[in-house]
Ligand binder design. Structure first.
Ligand SMILES: [Zn+2]
Length: 167
């Protein structure tokens, strides 16, 4: 090989991997072959950069396996919880309505509105607003306590696995 004759690219890259060789020695002194080697280096770097963010090939299998072992479908828990929640809220409203102070305040508000000659629907809405504004603290406390009680009960129900004969 004469200094003016560039080596075959295949030979050059083979020697690049090996780390030594006459073609590589030539490339060190040849602008053309140096450029080819530099291009190759850049291309290799870009390929690694492209390959890096790719997820591992087992990712989909792992996710599917985790989904398959998920114990309880969320929808079933919701359907079991909604009646309990509704019943709890009903009890809360019942307690509120049977509360003398709140009821009398609601009645007073309604009476005042009827005396003002406003419509029944408007009166009911304003009465509810008055009730909330005068007894918001107790109402919120009752609702929150009932919510916590029903949620903990639901959790126990789902966790233990209910026995129909014990229900
Ligand atoms: Zn060359």
């Amino acid at each position: 090989m004469t200094p003016n004759q560039c080596p075959d690219l295949e030979v050059l890259f083979t020697e690049l991997e090996a780390g030594e060789g006459s073609a590589l020695d030539h490339a060190a002194t040849c602008a053309l072959c140096s450029a080819v080697l530099e291009d190759h280096r850049q291309l290799e770097k870009d390929l690694y950069r492209l390959a890096d963010p790719l997820p591992p090939p087992t990712l989909v299998a792992n996710v599917m396996a985790r989904v398959a072992t998920e114990p309880t479908p969320l929808r079933r828990e919701l359907w079991a919880g909604i009646p309990i929640l509704v019943a709890s809220l009903g009890v809360g409203l019942g307690l509120l309505i049977t509360n003398d102070q709140a009821l009398s305040q609601l009645g007073a508000a309604l009476a005042a509105l009827v005396m003002d000659g406003k419509g029944l629907l408007q009166g009911l809405a304003s009465g509810a607003n008055a009730l909330w504004s005068t007894a918001a603290g107790p109402v919120a406390a009752i609702l929150i306590i009932l919510l916590i009680v029903s949620l903990s009960g639901l959790k126990r129900l789902v966790g233990d696995g209910p026995n129909p004969s014990q229900a």
